[in-house]
Design a protein around this ligand. Sequence first.
Ligand SMILES: [Zn+2]
Length: 481
Amino acid sequence: MRKLICFLLVFCVLAGAFSCMALEVDTINNLLSSKYMILVNREYTVSSDYVPSDLVTYPGSSYKLEKNCAAALQKLINACAAANGERLVLYSGYRTYQTQYNKYYNKVNQYINNGYSRDKAITLTDQYYARPGASEHHTGLAADICTPSSVNKYGQLHESFGNTAEGKWLKKNSWKYGFILRYEKGKEHITGYNYEPWHFRYVGDIAEEIYQSGLTYEEYFAKLKTAQNKLSSAPEMTIKNNKVFLSAPDGVTIRYTSDGSTPTMSSKAYSSAFSTKNKTYKAIAFYDGHTSAVATVTITKYGDIFKDISTKDWYYSAVSKAVNIGAFSGTGDYTFAPNTEMSRAMIAQVLANINGVDLAAYKGKTAYRDVSSKKWYAAAINWATEQNIVQGIGNSEFAPNTSITREQVCTVLYNATTTKKYTLKNNTFTDQESISSWAKKGVAFCYQNDIVNGYPEGTFQPQHSASRAEVAKMILSYLSI
Ligand SMILES: [Zn+2]
């Protein structure tokens, strides 16, 4: 463990001043859509009717703050008083649009009354005052906190607060309570506001990450936005000539594994197309230390390519083989849909496939009201009906898209076989009475030939629907008896 920690520390130092917390793109999406991450400044403003949710009155003051911000601020103020002696006071919290409007234009008018031109008055006011809509105080997440002894004789908060023990402590420790110092010295050109050692912004747990990054909130937010855009999807796959090519936006690196494990920053960098059979490749995009979703692709041992199966899946070899022998096809766009329920139409098609039926003679007609002769499964259903393998459900209907149950699959396979001498012994399954009377022989046939198993707790669950992967495995066992 110690070794790992050392490695991580070294890595973070090597990674430079920027953050060392790798965030997955879903986490970035959640963060950026959280109300605690709202960015408000001269460029990103709130509308005049914006009112934050969950405002509460801060204890012992007339100011309101968002409730989690208020609770965190109490802890921050207590901790600061314990460490330094003097207690911080909240000098400003939530401001309505109208409050900021009045505050801003009162200041402008004050300058004008002191002899400045209107333009000059606005320039001067802009240095310390946000225009209505542009104040972080509209969010209910910003607090001006200062020690009373640092307030000057005009009742104003002053830069010198930053040099007091409390000011220095806040800058260093506020992140522990979810706050960041918003307007730092030397960053005025980025934040758009002068140095304000008293203005703290609540962002929640991400405060540590922002503090460690050494970035202003504007810069941190922009970096996350860029990462979100660059990593919005897993590495993109294209498949040409049985090779899998990956691509990602500019500046994004792709790393991959070929053993089915999830790639990390130290996995192999992608440089050329994948083509080795019987492997599952997992690829991930990296940008600025953050990661995309994982892309998966498997090239089966027969060379078929699927994005939704892995060599580690219990049904991997059954599915690969079932596709290879032509019993099953994929569901399009390099997918097999292993966990999708098998439909009645699909089983008719699979039975026709494994029996090598020439379906040409069965095309263009239908015996069922709910089977269009134009559908991909119409011919197979015509054949299966003629052979008494899969019957309609009555009333001239076939229910082609209804999922097939375990006892129905057993019955279909039993109907397709010529040997008919199976009976289920008493007490084979604890739920044996729930097997439909017409399905008992089929279940016996499949169970006794190892085509289907019961569940570990002793049940058969005959009415449980069967997935495509389960049926692929059953079909292969069926073909080997
Ligand atoms: Zn403020």
